[in-house]
Design a protein around this ligand. Structure first.
Ligand code: PEP
Ligand code: MG
Length: 551
């Protein structure tokens, strides 16, 4: 009898926001909290309630000391301070007295006192002007949840479709997995075992301690995935891409093939490498915090800073000062190496509900340059932020989704008008060639632009009518080698040479070591890719084509 081959579940893609970089693959594992009802009991005896409260505070302070030691051993004293701060707060006499007072004077139970008092603290943090302080509200929430968990005897555990109720930090089956939960707490990355390779969460602040620790542990995190846990089938195999914010359920063999190199890099995927002569290899970043990875990989600059990621991760538009602070951080860290700041490329797959409410054009398909022209106030704020940061190092301003020379000139004029009073230094203005119309106008555009960069992701999408958000990777891989694409890349390279201006390349093709020689042969000598790919691209340049440009 011929047995039918079991059908493989279809590949599905979910789009979230990248919170911690890296790529990992594993089984779905769900973070669950189970125990008594979440309703706080009415207080009966205040003395008993105070005793219960004190027990919970002592217990949590001890637990935070253990986490601080663990963080110091695995990471650094700086990371241990996160838990030490929790411990100090729990031991603080004023903090304790406020909780006790709430029990004595309001007749609260220990649970009610913790709930109401810590809600008050959280409201104060939420109202703070600084984003840093707002994010500290997450620490208060973590302390509150942990205390309530103790008082209500709630236990945290995790389960997958093969095993139920494994305790945190001990997967009974020893499977590599991706942990799925509504939120990620600071303690989770420290408490989980080496089989937890990544996290998918509904919400988490980019500067929350949980994300800082996940980044330090080189553990990818994707946030803003709605309807968790229902959005993920229990039996799913999951590939999580913390660089792009993509979650791929049941990846096909072709998808796995494409991610092979990144997955082989292990938990960090980062390897430092030395520059190779004749090829400048720079890093893509999405948030200022990623600059550490760029440095660790030995990048010769930041070749693509996808600044819209800062907004998507923050979940709101950022003010001029906030943007300037992020750009300055990147420039200072790069110590004089070039940083290519791309103007906001919002719209299409880079959108969110809050954004569509603020900028309805994003919902109707406008994107990048077109959206900036429709909303010059967006461009103005970002231009001024860039100008403010320009004293810290050389900035290349990259204009996304440009369709014509006129459009670039118009945007550039708006940029200049927005910054005249700030007297920016050393700004270069260039075009991202990713729309075929702009590629056809490259000779004219390169006369007025200071530099060019080829964005292969969108170029392939618009050249071959191949929607980049659909998972047909077989088709995509074969599009990367199409002569039409390479003819166009060569034409763009020639247009740059004729204008005497530099031309770089980014997008997935740029980070694929199998394409490195082709890129060099096309006369392109600057590549920008994710930090994890930098060593591989350099290796390919050295091994296969001796790195020096041949054209
Ligand atoms: C590209 O299109 O190749 C590119 C780099 O831009 P993004 O992937 O951010 O759209
Ligand atoms: Mg693009």
């Amino acid at each position: 009898m011929v047995r039918a081959k079991p059908r493989q579940a279809a590949e599905t893609r979910l789009k979230g926001v990248p919170l911690s970089p890296g790529v990992a693959i594993g089984r779905a594992c769900f973070y669950v909290r189970q125990g008594a009802a979440s309703v706080s009991p009415a207080a009966t005896d205040p003395r008993r309630e105070i005793q219960r409260l004190r027990n919970s505070l002592r217990w949590l302070a001890r637990q935070r000391s253990v986490l601080a030691r663990e963080a110091a051993t695995r990471l650094s004293e700086k990371h241990a301070e996160i838990f030490e701060a929790h411990r100090l707060m729990l031991a603080d006499e004023f903090f304790q007295s406020q909780l006790v007072q709430a029990i004595e004077e309001q007749g609260y139970s220990a649970e009610e006192a913790v709930e109401k008092e810590l809600n008050r603290y959280q409201r104060q943090f939420a109202a703070a002007d600084s984003e840093y302080l707002q994010q500290r509200g997450a620490d208060i929430s973590e302390i509150q949840q942990a205390l309530l968990g103790y008082l209500r005897r709630v236990v945290s555990c995790r389960r997958c479709h093969e095993a139920v109720d494994c305790s945190i930090g001990q997967c009974r089956l020893g499977n590599d997995h991706i942990l799925i939960g509504e939120e990620i707490t600071a303690s989770l990355p420290i408490e989980t075992d080496a089989h937890t390779l990544g996290y998918i969460v509904d919400k988490a602040g980019p500067t929350s301690h949980a994300i800082i620790l996940a980044r330090a542990l080189r553990c990818p995190v994707v946030g803003d995935i709605k309807h968790l846990p229902a959005a993920i089938p229990a039996e799913a195999r999951i590939l999580i891409d913390g660089d792009s914010g993509e979650v791929i359920l049941n990846p096909s063999d072709e998808t796995l093939g494409r991610y092979q190199a990144k997955l082989a890099g292990g938990r960090s995927g980062l390897r430092a490498s030395e520059p190779v002569p004749g090829l400048q290899v720079m890093a893509n970043i999405g948030q200022s915090g990623d600059v550490g990875d760029a440095l660790a990989a030995g990048a010769e600059g930041v070749g693509l800073y996808r600044t819209e990621m800062e907004l998507l991760v923050a979940g709101r538009l950022l003010g001029e000062q906030e943007q300037a602070a992020r750009y300055s951080e990147v420039l200072r860290a790069m110590t004089g190496k070039p940083v290519c700041i791309r103007l906001l490329d919002l719209g299409s797959d880079k959108t969110a509900e809050w954004l569509e409410t603020r900028l309805p054009e994003t919902a109707s398909g406008q994107r990048g340059a077109g959206l900036l022209l429709a909303h010059p106030e967006l461009l103005r704020g970002q231009a001024r932020a860039i100008a403010r940061a320009s004293g810290y190092g050389p900035i290349h301003v990259l204009y996304p989704m440009i369709v014509s020379v006129e459009q670039f000139i118009e945007l550039r004029a708006l940029f200049d008008a927005a910054v005249t009073d700030l007297h920016p230094v050393g700004l270069q203005h260039g075009v991202l060639f990713e729309v075929p119309a702009a590629c056809l106008a490259a000779p004219q555009i390169m006369q007025v632009a200071d530099f060019g960069c080829i964005g292969t992701n969108d170029l392939i999408q618009y050249l071959f009518a191949a929607d980049r958000s659909c998972g047909d990777t077989v088709n995509k891989t074969c599009l990367e080698t199409q002569p039409v694409l390479w003819n166009l890349i060569e034409q763009l390279s020639r247009a740059a040479v004729q204008a005497g201006k530099p031309m770089a390349i980014c997008g997935e093709v740029a980070g694929n070591p199998a394409m490195t020689c082709r890129i060099i042969d096309a006369g392109i000598t600057a590549i920008s890719t994710s930090p994890a790919q930098i060593a591989r691209v350099r290796q390919a340049a050295q091994d296969k084509c001796g790195s020096a440009p041949r054209s």
